[in-house]
Design a protein around this ligand. Structure first.
Ligand SMILES: NC(=O)c1ccc[n+]([C@@H]2O[C@H](COP(=O)([O-])OP(=O)(O)OC[C@H]3O[C@@H](n4cnc5c(N)ncnc54)[C@H](OP(=O)(O)O)[C@@H]3O)[C@@H](O)[C@H]2O)c1
Length: 246
């Protein structure tokens, strides 16, 4: 039996890209899924697809920038399934631009979704995981959480922060048997680059994404981290297209 079977897994940003692919992968391995994002129609369609394939999933429209909504999401998982085994903090936004353009709203959005969203997710599940003396938090960072490129400064800042938060969580909760995993993808096909409107940057990024790999590749990495025995923690993975140099 897979070590994913019957695990209760919350996935944020499940309405597209990596989150959606992870939901399908984990459902096929017997996870009980709690799907979250803002676009309810997408979540409903995904839930139906999972159920039609014999999997288990519920969903809740959730904005990760709301602490209250994240607490309600964790509460729903507990009500429906009685435990929380894994949180995949996957929701993220990447409206790249150069600093001098002062796109303050975009900076705030990245900080709110990519950093605060991750923290609110951790806050929502941690009391339950500490009580259970088991749990696993998987945070999506990025290659941009390792290297800063011109134009990706604020995004990289948020993804460096995700790695710092994940490592701090690992240290704080090691004694409580809670695993922490950082997943740092390179270019992956999804809706992420649609938010880039800075035309001084967009063509170059589109060029990089011509070599993007499928979101399934990241979904498999997430499954790999979850399916390890409880005493084995995969703390960090970088997954790039083979052809991606930086
Ligand atoms: N694709 C890549 O090349 C790549 C590379 C490195 C890292 N990543 C990271 O991987 C993660 C997933 O991104 P993706 O590539 O799959 O992009 P995507 O297709 O754009 O998916 C992003 C997801 O985040 C959700 N989201 C955005 N803002 C939200 C909010 N305020 N509340 C709740 N959900 C929100 C979106 O759903 P709604 O709009 O329905 O809310 C969507 O489901 C992100 O953290 C991203 O930074 C991606």
């Amino acid at each position: 039996m897979s070590n994913i079977q019957d695990k209760v897994v919350i996935i944020t940003g499940a309405s597209s890209g990596i989150g959606e692919a992870a939901a399908k992968e984990l459902a096929s391995k017997g996870a009980k899924l709690v799907l979250a994002a803002r676009r309810g129609e997408r979540l409903k369609k995904l839930q139906e697809e999972i159920q039609n394939n014999g999997g288990q999933a519920i969903y809740k429209v959730t904005d990760v920038t709301s602490h209250d909504q994240m607490e309600e999401l964790a509460e729903l998982a507990l009500q429906e399934f009685g435990k929380i085994d894994v949180l995949v903090n996957n929701a993220g936004v990447m409206p790249h631009s150069f600093l001098y353009k002062k796109r303050i709203d975009d900076w705030n959005k990245m900080i709110d979704v990519n950093i605060k969203g991750v923290l609110y997710g951790i806050a929502a599940v941690l009391p339950t995981m500490r009580e259970q003396k088991s749990g696993h938090v998987i945070n999506l960072s990025s290659v941009a959480g390792h290297f800063v490129g011109a134009g990706s400064t604020v995004y990289a800042g948020t993804k460096f922060a995700v790695r710092a938060i994940s490592e701090g969580l690992r240290k704080e909760e090691a004694a409580n048997n809670i695993r922490s995993t950082i997943i740092s993808p390179g270019a992956v096909t999804s809706e992420l680059i649609n938010a880039i409107t800075d035309m001084d940057l967009k063509p170059g990024i589109e060029k990089i994404y011509e070599g993007a790999i499928d979101a399934d590749a990241i979904a498999r990495a997430i499954a790999f981290a979850i399916e390890q025995p409880a005493d084995v923690a995969i703390n960090e993975m970088i997954i790039r297209p083979t052809s991606q140099e930086r």
